[in-house]
Write a protein that binds this ligand. Structure first.
Ligand SMILES: Nc1ncnc2c1ncn2[C@@H]1O[C@H](COP(=O)(O)OP(=O)(O)OP(=O)(O)O)[C@@H](O)[C@H]1O
Ligand SMILES: [Mg+2]
Length: 275
């Protein structure tokens, strides 16, 4: 069934709209995600990233517009969409009382898969968690827990995976581990849509980057294309390419009116690092 749906983009979003009462969060969102690619949806707090991911994963209904995932319409073929995806939210779905292996076995059982033990062992190996597999997840570091969470969402090999802020709250080392995991996923042909507020995350990982602002996608392109939107800036004696952050802040505005303290702090930190 799923194998028949190989033509066309993995995700197609056209004219998507969603309001909560009078708050118009999505006001006509359009984008496509090519199969096997990593697509980053960037936006400030409250831009509507999670809302978009919830619609794409059938947890929420759109008010207008269409969206398809793996060739299936999210509104009319929700069950097929659910079979094609996994969703990893910001808060890990890991059961703390169980070991890493038991968590994986549980998910495989819930999905009625054959040989849950082997599936669990393969995923532990793939995510470098074999040694920790027998330990309770409550003893895992943040990075290990997030890796286990992503591993759990891969049980059953869904072709499309949604990662909503996969590295929020992780330290730099753990973030790099998660990035490696995401790259490996894409290398194996999985389509990844991730949301992030970390501009360096999008720079590091994404084949294409879209910025969601005031309910619409205001730019969508490769990192190189986005950088071309701004001229290279002169910094002291060194000619420097604009960073994705420069592009983002110029397009979205750095006045913080959308409540972007994290973005502003990040921008200050990055500026410091560049000195
Ligand atoms: N169930 C809801 N009822 C009312 N308003 C909501 C609901 N869910 C989200 N919102 C509002 O919709 C807007 C978009 O929220 P959303 O969670 O999609 O943003 P986001 O881009 O994921 O933000 P963040 O970066 O903080 O995760 C916010 O203003 C939020 O307060
Ligand atoms: Mg969110």
């Amino acid at each position: 069934m799923t194998a028949n749906q190989v033509q066309g983009p993995a995700i197609r979003v056209q004219g998507l709209e969603k309001s909560y009462k009078e708050l118009r969060v999505l006001r006509g969102v359009d984008f496509d995600v090519a199969r096997g690619s990593i697509f980053a949806l960037l936006g400030s707090n409250g831009a509507g990233k999670t809302t978009a991911v919830k619609i794409l994963s059938t947890l929420l209904k759109a008010d207008a517009g269409t969206a398809s995932v793996n060739g299936f319409d999210v509104a009319t073929q929700a069950a097929d969409v659910r079979e094609s995806i996994s969703l990893t939210g910001q808060f890990a779905a890991v059961d703390e009382i169980l070991s890493g292996r038991e968590n994986l076995v549980l998910v495989a059982r819930l999905r009625h898969l054959k040989d849950p033990g082997k599936i669990a062992d393969d995923l532990l190996d793939r995510f470098s968690l074999t040694d920790a597999g027998a330990r309770k997840a409550s003893t895992y570091s943040g990075g290990m827990r997030r890796r286990l969470d992503i591993a759990m969402s891969l049980v059953g090999n869904p072709p499309v995976i949604f990662l909503d802020e996969p590295t929020t709250g992780l330290d730099p080392q753990a973030r790099i581990e998660v990035w490696q995991t995401v790259r490996e996923l894409a290398d194996r042909g999985t389509t990844v849509l991730l949301t992030t507020q970390y501009l360096d995350e999008a720079e590091q990982l994404a084949d294409r980057i879209a910025i969601l602002h005031e309910g619409r996608i205001i730019v969508n392109g490769t990192l190189a294309e986005l950088k071309q939107l701004l001229p290279p800036a002169k910094v002291e004696y060194v000619e420097k390419q604009p960073t994705l952050e420069d592009v983002f802040l110029t397009l979205v505005g750095a006045d913080g009116k959308d409540g972007t303290p994290a973005m502003t702090a990040l921008s200050a930190q990055t500026r410091k690092e560049q000195r």
